[in-house]
Design a protein around this ligand. Structure first.
Ligand SMILES: *[C@@H]1O[C@H](CO)[C@@H](O)[C@H](O)[C@H]1NC(C)=O
Ligand SMILES: *[C@@H]1O[C@H](CO)[C@@H](O)[C@H](O)[C@H]1NC(C)=O
Length: 771
């Protein structure tokens, strides 16, 4: 009985992690008609009779509920607190004086494609000059915690913990204060919101401490700032030295994600502490509903972090290739998409008709006999819906026994499909992509002989099976292959622009490696994360924008080490204006979902080039006031601005606040077409954008040039065409006028603007769209 219950819980947990939230939400609702709310208070309207804002919060809360307790009070992210209320109490509270907003708890998710696949490492040995200052930089990782015994947290050779560090090593289940060291300088956990929703943590199955029972947090932390570990690999795949991007930087771990998700009240409490502790970079491979900046706790928390000089790097999400699918779009966040490395793990299929196809796999067990094995399509061995996806228990066993089974990708964890085949008596699996995944291949450490195939090969193999009375197949595995071209390409899963919240800000900002990435893993679960996977690995290979985000976090830490005085916006600008948009073979970077050229809506400014970013020449800097003026340009009310900025900011009504003039390192230019048949107004539409460059290099004269790839429909005029910088940090401004002729609604086109002094290239993507 006990075992059955555990299994059931496990399935529920997997559903949650895969974004099928209904189970979790139902569970929450059944347990409580009450919910957690975040209460944003207007500190400036605290009545004079209170000397302390905590008393004021408490008294406001008591006025609507005798029993409610505060889960957290917040200082930096917002002024306010979180608590559990009935909807009626929440309504009453929202009407009290001094309350800016009462927002229900939001469950965020990790941006991993989860069922772990493997890869990585290649780019982690980037040629950075060693910088002493890098060891002063502290990267805060918001994730599932940490496995502190991992070799990547070895602190040999690191000096004392930076003097300003105020963080802690919190104790709890299987975690003592001695788990931190000079590499892992802090570890905290935030579970009040999670426990309010799901009940007390069951410490048998989940550590109520910073310990990582999942693997995701150890993976992201070691990617951003892990120490070098020689001889790393996953079952021999991707072998070499594994090291984080900023291998000299310090790590501080904030566990805000649990088996049931990452809750906004916990995230807010984590950011509050991280600001107080003194982190310099905040890495959050977490995302969720994108409704407005003032309702999104990641955007609100990131604003506060940014105003304390902390760069926040976040994942764009794994909802690609659907246009407009990205999260974490606030302009004060660095939003990271995912691309591939030049490394893969080939595996081969040879059909009975002699045709051969290649895919990828990280299967490391016993090979299949080298003789033809009967092949069947899962959809033909099941009459249940989901049968083609090889969900557990959907097969007619007699039809899959002793066969290799073709399973369609989607509808469940990839490695679990292999287990379903195994339990039904099958010998192996071919995981087939459909159009949604195109040719994107994620490698998995399958528990039976299995491989992933792209859409074209999958279709060909299905045709063979459907047209042959006795189809057979052989599967073989080819280890690790380097120098794969073309690379990088944009991952199909990587979430895409345009930015639906602020169409005039281009997102994502850039891409970094996020497909089949090798990094550290927890000791608590095997590489597939499945219950039945009892293997233990030090390193695992997984994919997602969750993996690309900590690459940028680590690289930002390197830049911060090299240029401690740079603002978060300056660091992001350096990463963006030096990014590249072609493959190593010189071809235009492609989108693996379509096989066609990718665009700035897919990769933003392009793929990160860390060495070039160290010396960008010029940067587009942004101050806190610029961000506040941006909020004015969005026509936010003073209450909405106050929720984000925690202070009164009166938009200067004599100024014409425009998003077009917000000093972003890229350009998104949406044109409105007159509605009506065919769309498009007759008269050309002209819009002007203004930008200001700051010299962070030597004196020099920069000339502008604009390349319009396929946009003769827009005339682009830059004024002036030359900018002369004499002194460090000198600023010069320019305007760009875009004049569009009539284009049908739905059209997009792209251009690229660059300033160069002959040695530096300061590039910006331009994305046009007609709506
Ligand atoms: C506790 O941590 C140790 C490593 O120090 C690990 O070997 C052990 O499996 C952990 N126990 C649990 C229940 O996670
Ligand atoms: C197997 O499934 C395919 C696709 O659903 C179908 O076209 C084909 O007729 C099926 N074959 C058999 C023998 O049922």
């Amino acid at each position: 009985m006990k075992i059955l219950i555990m299994k059931f819980l496990h399935v529920a947990v997997l559903l949650i992690l895969h974004g099928q939230s209904t189970e979790a939400e139902k569970k929450t609702q059944q347990h409580h008609s009450k919910k957690t709310y975040l209460i944003h208070m207007d500190k400036s309207s605290m009545p004079v009779m209170f000397t302390d804002n905590l008393h004021w919060y408490d008294s406001s809360l008591k006025s609507v509920s005798d029993s409610a307790e505060m889960l957290y009070t917040y200082k930096h992210v917002t002024h306010g607190f979180s608590t559990v209320l009935t909807p009626r109490e929440a309504d009453l509270l929202a009407k009290q004086p001094g309350i800016l907003s009462v927002v229900p708890e939001v469950r965020y998710e990790l941006h991993t494609t989860r069922t772990p696949q493997f890869l990585g490492l290649g780019k982690t040995n980037a040629h950075f000059p060693a910088s002493d200052k890098q060891s002063d930089v502290i990267i805060g990782i918001f994730d599932t915690g940490v496995w502190p015994e991992h070799k990547s947290f070895d602190d040999t050779g690191l000096g004392p913990v930076p003097a300003g560090w105020k963080g802690q090593c919190e104790t709890g289940t299987n975690f003592t204060a001695s788990k931190c060291n000079r590499k892992l300088v802090g570890a905290r956990f935030f579970s009040n919101g999670y426990e309010a929703a799901f009940g007390p943590i069951e410490e048998d199955s989940e550590s109520k401490s910073p310990r990582d029972d999942d693997g995701h947090g150890t993976h992201t932390a070691t990617t951003a700032g892990g120490s070098a570990v020689a001889g790393a690999s996953l079952f021999g795949f991707a072998s070499g030295t594994a090291r984080g991007m900023a291998s000299q930087a310090r790590l501080a771990v904030y566990k805000v994600c649990w088996q049931g998700g990452c809750f906004s009240s916990d995230i807010a409490a984590g950011i509050d502490k991280a600001i107080e502790d003194g982190v310099n970079i905040l890495s959050m491979s977490i995302g969720g509903g994108l409704t407005s900046y003032y309702r999104d706790i990641i955007a609100i928390g990131a604003f506060s972090a940014m105003s304390h000089g902390i760069l926040v790097s976040s994942s764009a999400g794994n909802a690609g290739p659907t246009p407009g699918s990205l999260s974490n779009a606030a302009p004060w966040i660095t939003t990271v998409g995912a691309g591939t490395l030049d490394r893969d793990f080939p595996a081969y299929v040879t059909l009975g008709n002699g045709y051969r196809y290649s895919g990828v796999s990280l299967y490391s067990g016993k090979p299949l006999p080298d003789s033809p094995i009967p092949l069947i399509y899962a959809g033909n061995a099941s009459s249940e819906s989901g049968g083609n996806h090889c969900q557990m228990g959907t097969f007619r066993r007699s039809e899959v026994a002793r066969k290799i089974v073709i399973c369609d990708r989607g509808g469940g964890p990839r490695a679990e499909k292999g287990l379903a085949v195994k339990y039904a008596g099958g010998l192996g699996m071919i995981l087939a992509n459909n159009a949604e995944y195109g040719e994107e291949l994620l490698a998995d450490s399958h528990l039976i002989p299995a491989l992933s195939l792209g859409q074209k090969s999958s279709d060909a193999i299905k045709n063979y099976v459907f047209s042959n009375p006795n189809p057979t197949v052989k599967i073989s595995f080819g280890g690790t292959r380097l120098g794969v071209q073309p690379s990088p390409v944009v991952a199909a899963f990587s979430s895409r622009g345009p930015n639906s919240l602020t169409p005039k800000i281009l997102k994502p900002d850039l891409i970094a490696p996020g497909v089949n990435i090798l990094a550290g893993w927890t000791g608590a679960v095997g590489p597939t994360g499945l219950d039945m996977d009892t293997r233990h690995v030090d390193f695992n290979i997984i994919s997602g924008t969750s993996m690309s985000c900590p690459h940028i976090s680590g690289l930002a830490a390197m830049l911060k080490g090299a240029h401690p005085e740079w603002s978060p916006a300056a660091i992001r600008s350096a990463l963006m204006t030096t990014a590249y948009r072609s493959c190593k073979d010189g071809e235009t970077m492609k989108d693996i979902a379509t096989g066609q050229a990718a665009s700035p809506f897919d990769y933003g400014a392009g793929h990160v080039d860390p060495v070039a970013a160290l010396n960008p020449g010029l940067v587009y800097d942004v101050t806190v006031d610029d961000y506040l003026n941006f909020l004015c340009a969005l026509k936010y009310t003073s209450a909405q601005i106050k929720i984000i900025a925690r202070r009164d900011f009166a938009c200067d009504s004599s100024k014409n606040h425009r998003v077009e003039d917000f000093n972003y390192p890229s350009f998104a230019v949406p044109f409105e077409t007159a509605s009506g048949i065919g769309g498009g107004s007759k008269a050309p539409i002209s819009v002007q954008y203004k930008r200001t460059l700051t010299n962070v290099g030597t004196p020099g004269t920069y000339k502008v040039s604009v390349v319009s790839s396929q946009s003769p429909s827009v005339k682009i005029v830059v004024e002036p065409q030359t900018l002369r910088f004499e002194r460090p940090y000198e600023k010069q401004s320019y305007t760009v006028t875009f004049t569009s002729t009539s284009m049908p609604s739905g059209t997009t086109s792209f251009a690229h603007l660059k300033w160069s002094d002959g040695s530096h290239i300061v590039g910006s993507p331009i994305a046009f769209s007609w709506t």
